[in-house]
Design a protein around this ligand. Structure first.
Ligand code: SF4
Length: 333
């Protein structure tokens, strides 16, 4: 049985969920769990507060500091209704069967996990399931209409007798909601369920290397296929001979080699730190201590202390940045 959070990578590759189960998602997952518990505790949930406290102790100072900059989910308007975070069902264990039904029994579920938050909105002509998921940043996910949220949403809609579904992502770093479309479950349920089922059953067979590895597979540095990329695959073609295919393979190999190299350098730094240096022909590689640089507290803290108006005088709005990333090709639908 596969977790909903692994469905999107499992759709592409049958090995990814096994590696994730063996190795976990590391520090990112721990930060995510701590932030989820912290958010759920803002409504006064004592159990979640205790979970958040226990998880915070396991974070490094830097990680805890970063987390305190993230924003907890805000209320929002949906149609003409005001939806309040404190009224949401939070941290709800939920499973989806192959027939598209809700189950609380893990052994009957094809996918089972913990839904961050959900509301069942009764309107005049229909009942709408709204499911929300907290992500670190808007860059963590291409769209809220993904297999993870469809799986949660189908189960929650069945549980609460809703006939349509809206999925949303709370981007914690930026502090805003991103909403998907409204799915009419009378017409669309088969379409969504077929894709979820395909991902949930894609558990056997060879690993499948591709663009999905670098931004969706948390266990990629434990994957033999991903780590097999080496310098020989980085041969740059002569000018004018780069095609879409060679560029694609070159990029996937380059991203893999870069990540492996960064990890190798981190290991060497740690070895050096523990052993006092690496010596080679009259040179020594070692940590050099520099003078600490002064820094200013984060933007969120500055706003809290000074208030929005005063803070606006000293916060410079950044210009539009450009990122090169693998995202869903909307022209390819
Ligand atoms: S890195 Fe790529 S090939 Fe390897 S398990 Fe992850 S998705 Fe599959």
């Amino acid at each position: 049985m596969i977790r909903p959070s692994l469905l999107d990578i499992s759709f592409h590759c049958p090995l990814a969920h096994r590696l994730a189960d063996q190795h976990g998602a590391g520090r990112a997952a721990l930060m995510g769990q701590a932030f989820h518990a912290l958010s759920a505790a803002t409504g006064g949930d004592k159990e979640q507060k205790e979970i958040a406290d226990a998880l915070f102790i396991r974070l490094s100072d830097k990680e805890a500091e970063e987390l305190m900059e993230w924003h907890t989910p805000e209320d929002f308007s949906m149609f003409q209704y005001r939806m309040r975070y404190k009224d949401a069902e939070k941290e709800l264990p939920i499973g989806l069967t192959e027939q598209g039904r809700y189950t609380e029994n893990k052994s009957k579920a094809m996918t089972y996990g913990t839904l961050d938050m959900a509301w069942a909105l009764q309107m005049e002509d229909r009942r709408v399931a709204i499911v929300g998921d907290i992500k670190k940043s808007k860059w963590t996910i291409d769209t809220p209409d993904c297999l993870q949220l469809w799986a949660y949403g189908l189960a929650y809609a069945d549980m609460t007798k809703c006939t349509s579904l809206i999925c949303g992502v709370w981007a914690a770093k930026e502090g805003h909601w991103i909403w998907g479309k409204e799915w009419d479950l009378i017409w669309d349920v088969d379409r969504l369920l077929t894709r979820v089922t395909r991902a949930a059953s894609n558990t056997q067979g060879r690993p499948c290397l591709g663009p999905h590895c670098s931004n969706k597979c948390y266990a990629r540095l434990h994957c033999p296929e991903y780590c097999m990329a080496d310098n020989s695959k980085l041969a740059i073609p002569e000018p004018g001979r780069l095609t879409e295919d060679t560029a694609k393979n070159l990029l996937v190999a380059a991203q893999s080699v870069k990540e492996q190299a960064e990890m190798a350098i981190d290991f060497c730094k740690e070895f050096t730190r523990r052993n006092g240096g690496l010596k080679h022909e009259g040179k020594v590689y070692k940590p050099i201590r520099g003078k600490g640089r002064d820094s200013v507290m984060g933007v969120k803290k500055v706003r809290e202390i000074l208030g929005d108006e005063l803070a606006a005088r000293i916060i410079n709005k950044g210009g539009q940045g450009v990122q090169y990333r693998w995202v869903n090709d909307t022209e390819d639908k």
